[in-house]
Design a protein around this ligand. Structure first.
Ligand code: AMP
Ligand code: ZN
Ligand code: FE
Ligand code: FE
Length: 283
């Protein structure tokens, strides 16, 4: 049975590789199923669609949504949705806008600290990518304010002030409603670094379909706890490497290493198929 990676990033968000370059890399690792889960955009997935089939790689539609849950920002992985669904397209446009607004606020905060950085400079660096803090990190490094990405986050981008900038990201309930309407499922991304077990259970009770049990930030014991929790709650198990394509990034050695069995992908596809059939019957 083949292996799958359901968590990867490309240049369409904060990854380093184009979708095509990622496919080549994934192929070289012997994986048979891939989900490109860029932050709040499916541009990378759309590009990959043109190449995946002839390379013998099955692509699952995916996206990593930044959402609001109470006072927290939660990453939710959406899979198997209809990428042309109008409400989904609208959601992604709003998320792109929210990211730009947040970046304007981040730049303002940095300027107040005496850092010489401009919003347009960060946007130019990111080109057509959906903007995120790693793009600001690259500009800070280029200008000598930080020695590497981790340094830029510690000093400037993961400060209390930046983390607490109010955003216009969708809330968990809206994300759930839209992804389900588009025939997809939602899995909680890397819960080990975001949530306590109690919080995770509460979040799941809102109607989440799965847990990302397998992630480079989860050690073997954490993987086991989440996998058992998913099984006992009849939830989907998802997982992947969170590959960003940079040799400097902490998770990048894990492409082809942190994977899941394709039986989990089959279960995910069945849930989406059933959901789409129900939607068809009720319309
Ligand atoms: P954003 O989407 O703007 O909130 O940025 C989040 C992204 O920044 C994550 O997906 C990682 O790729 C990266 N990131 C977050 N925290 C760190 C960190 N401490 N060091 C390096 N990269 C980070
Ligand atoms: Zn990222
Ligand atoms: Fe994430
Ligand atoms: Fe990610």
């Amino acid at each position: 049975m083949g292996r799958a990676d359901l968590h990867t990033h490309t240049k369409a968000s904060d990854g380093e590789l184009s979708a095509q370059e990622l496919l080549v890399k994934v192929k070289s690792k012997g994986l048979s199923v891939l989900a490109i889960t860029d932050h709040d955009t499916i541009d990378g997935y759309t590009e990959a669609l043109q190449h995946a089939e002839k390379m013998g790689i099955e692509l699952i539609p995916g996206v990593e949504l930044s959402t609001i849950w109470g006072k927290k920002e939660i990453h939710l992985l959406a899979y198997g949705f209809d990428p042309d669904h109008s409400a989904l397209k609208q959601l992604l446009l709003m998320q792109r806008r929210a990211r730009k607004l947040r970046m304007r606020e981040i730049v303002k905060l940095l300027n107040k600290k005496g850092v010489d950085i401009e919003y347009d400079e960060v946007m130019a660096y990111a080109r057509s990518a959906n903007i995120g803090r790693p793009h600001a990190a690259a500009v800070l490094i280029k200008k000598g304010y930080a020695v590497n990405v981790a340094d830029a986050f510690i000093k400037y981008l993961a400060t209390h002030e930046v983390v607490n900038i109010p955003t216009e990201y969708a809330d968990v309930d809206s994300a759930l409603r839209i992804i389900k309407k588009a025939g997809g499922v939602l899995s909680v991304a890397h819960p080990g670094v975001m949530l306590t077990t109690e919080e995770l259970k509460e979040l799941i009770s809102t109607g989440i379909d799965g847990i990302e049990c397998i992630h480079p930030s989860h050690n073997f014991n954490v993987q086991k706890v989440f996998s058992e929790m998913a099984k006992s709650m009849n939830l989907l198990i998802t997982g992947g490497s969170d590959y960003h394509g940079s040799p400097k990034s902490e998770y990048d050695p894990y492409l082809g290493v942190v994977t899941i069995g394709t039986q989990h992908v089959e279960a995910l596809k069945r849930t989406c198929k059933n959901r789409k059939a129900l939607l068809k019957n009720s319309s």
